[in-house]
Ligand binder design. Structure first.
Ligand SMILES: NC(=O)c1ccc[n+]([C@@H]2O[C@H](COP(=O)([O-])OP(=O)(O)OC[C@H]3O[C@@H](n4cnc5c(N)ncnc54)[C@H](O)[C@@H]3O)[C@@H](O)[C@H]2O)c1
Ligand SMILES: O=C(O)C(=O)C[C@@H](O)[C@H](O)[C@H](O)COP(=O)(O)O
Ligand SMILES: [Zn+2]
Length: 349
């Protein structure tokens, strides 16, 4: 099974997303596998025989969102210089979204840009993070605030890796699947309501459908000039929650689950979404034990955080709001009072 992503304007950035067991990745010159100790311990033995490169190095970064930062990035760049990585070399991101985002960003800036490929090992990175070329790191001001658009040369999605994924991480991936369905595809959403993703065949279908949906929007709007912002549904809120809790309390997908419920509250207040559709989304998230509430301690400060969001421009906060299940609007004209009204509904959980 494979999905082709065609970036129309500059064809050489198009690539294939393979959704099948990895057989061989051939003809690499110098290559560096970037991973973390957990993924290396579990899966490097499976991957190594499948990589054919003239020279192969492994760099391990510390595990976790806490380390998606300048220090870890700098450590990675220094190892690349140590190994005399050149402009014909390839980085291989082998891990979840954190490894993917950091490796992609290192590839974007090392010697002004080298190739990288994505081998995502979490559900979240298989359905979302490995596709589309958003790369970057966090800093103390917020999430993904330093980064670049840099497309991988290929993505290899092998569900073998998911056999070792903890339940909580699995559910975090489901949150991004639900996101794609709510904004783009009401039939897929209804299918998700009817099918259990713990069954392998169902999971494979959900991965394929999510990747197709993401690839389609990225192909139309690679650099988020417009419609790609739809993939940020729930994230305007999620990024504030992640930052306020120092990336420790919630996984990214969990914060996105809460963020979608918050966005839905706002969409209801704007008469865009019915209570019934909002409840369907919440019920689906709850089915996978995802959190759907975060107690906002200080509404003013939560609101102020929105101004650091990359979608906020000229002091106008841009929200992605569902227009029911399967449709959305991107709007920067939500009255401040409405936003406060929605946020105040989360001062108690
Ligand atoms: N670039 C994008 O388009 C995009 C999209 C969505 C999310 N993201 C980013 O991705 C990150 C979240 O990604 P994530 O949820 O994969 O988190 P993660 O990369 O932190 O991985 C989650 C945990 O699972 C472990 N792990 C990875 N593979 C495993 C496996 N097969 N078995 C057992 N454990 C495994 C990791 O070591 C880690 O501890 C966030 O930083 C988010 O901002 C980026
Ligand atoms: O690919 C995209 O576009 C997304 O928005 C995917 C999101 O799931 C992802 O979390 C992304 O990193 C958020 O984008 P950001 O530009 O708000 O950092
Ligand atoms: Zn996300």
């Amino acid at each position: 099974m494979q999905v082709d992503i065609s970036l129309k304007k500059i064809e050489d950035r198009s690539y294939t997303i393979f959704i099948e067991p990895i057989e061989k990745i051939r003809n690499l010159s110098k290559a560096v596998i970037v991973t973390n100790p957990k993924v290396a311990g579990l899966h490097l033995g499976y991957l190594l025989p499948k990589i054919e490169a003239s020279e192969l190095y492994i760099v391990t970064l510390p595990d976790g969102e806490d380390y998606k930062n300048e220090q870890a990035l700098n450590y990675l760049l220094e190892r690349l210089f140590d190994h005399k990585i050149d402009r014909k070399s390839t980085l291989i991101a082998f891990g979840g979204g954190v490894i993917g985002d950091m490796t992609g960003f290192a590839a974007a800036i090392y010697q002004r840009g080298i190739d990288f490929i994505q081998i995502p090992t979490t559900l979240l990175s298989q359905v979302d993070a490995s596709v589309g070329g958003k790369t970057g790191i966090n800093n103390r001001f917020g999430k993904n605030l330093i980064g670049a658009f840099h497309q991988p040369k290929a993505v290899y999605i092998d569900t073998h890796f998911l056999t070792t994924l903890p339940q909580r991480e699995f559910a975090a991936g489901v949150a991004e699947i639900v996101k794609m369905a709510v904004v783009f595809d009401k039939e897929f959403f209804a299918w998700l309501e009817e099918h259990d993703l713990y069954e392998e065949e169902h999971l494979k279908y959900a991965i394929k459908r999510s990747v197709e949906l993401k690839a389609a929007i990225v192909a139309k709007d690679e650099r988020e000039g417009g419609m790609r912002a739809s993939l940020n549904y729930g994230h305007t809120f999620a990024h504030v929650i992640e930052n306020e809790t120092n990336y420790k309390r919630f996984l990214h997908g969990e914060a996105v689950a809460i963020g979608m419920v918050m966005a839905n509250e706002l969409a209801k207040l704007m008469d865009l979404m019915s209570q019934e559709d909002a409840q369907r989304v919440k019920t689906l998230l709850e089915k996978y034990n995802l959190p759907t509430c975060y107690e906002i301690k200080d509404v003013d400060s939560f609101y102020e955080h929105f101004f650091l969001d990359k979608k906020t421009q000229a002091d106008k906060i841009k929200f992605v709001l569902p227009r029911g299940v399967g449709d959305f609007v991107i709007t920067d004209s939500v009255p401040k009072e409405r936003v406060f009204e929605a946020l105040k509904r989360f001062t108690r959980c």
